[in-house]
Structures are given as structure tokens and as C-alpha cells.
Design a protein around this ligand. Sequence first.
Ligand SMILES: [Zn+2]
Length: 137
Amino acid sequence: MKKINSNRYGDRIIGLAALFLVPIPLCFYLLGLLFREIFRVWIYYSLAAGLFILLSFSVLLSIEFYQDRMIERKYADVRKKKVLLGNGVYECQSCGNRKVDFMDNSCSVCGIVFNTDSEKSLGKELWIIKQENGQNK
Ligand SMILES: [Zn+2]
């Protein structure tokens, strides 16, 4: 499913809903007073359209918030890692500090404790070091 991002159009949708909820019903009401005709049905149609737009947007927004929570959960794991950049230099994924040593359990800048449960990733890092030194065979 594509990531929903309502930052670009959210204000316009709310504005459209507000248009159907306040100015349009008010215009029908004033026209009703002016021409002594009953525009009550059109007022209800406009209010219903505005509420439908708001309801649809709130469903879309709740899906977007759910997607954001999933991304945040995924990113929380990545933040606790140090990534080998090469030549024994590691980068803290939380703050970008590049003065992280192989033996460091936490970052000296931001203080985050690295996730050290990954012996598999250690093996991968050693493999990368061997690749860089041309010792892969
Ligand atoms: Zn850090």
C-alpha cells in the first residue's frame, strides 16, 4: 500500500468541508429569507456533503497515522545500530556521530545504547572488512 501523506492536500480538504458546513448553508438560509422560499433541503444536502467529506478525511487520516506508527516502530530498531562505514569507522544511526569505535556499546555524543544482540551483523561486518582488505578467499 502506498504511503499516505496528507500534508499537501489536508488543508484544502478541511477547507472544502468547512465550505459545505458554514458558508453554503448560510447562503441558502439568507436566500430563503430574501425570496421567502424554503431552501431547507439544500441546507441539509450541504451539511451532509460537508460531514461526508470530513468523515472520509478522518478515515484517510487514521490510515496515515497507522502507517506512521509502523514506520516509527521500524525506525526505532535502526536507530540503535552502528553502521560500519569502512576502515573501522562506525556511524551512530541516531545522531550521525562518526567517531564510534568497534568496541563501543553506546554513542559518546547522544548516549544511545547500541543493540548488541546481533552476532550475525558482527559476522557480516567482519565479512565486509575482509572484502575491503581483499581477504575474501
Ligand atoms: Zn549517537
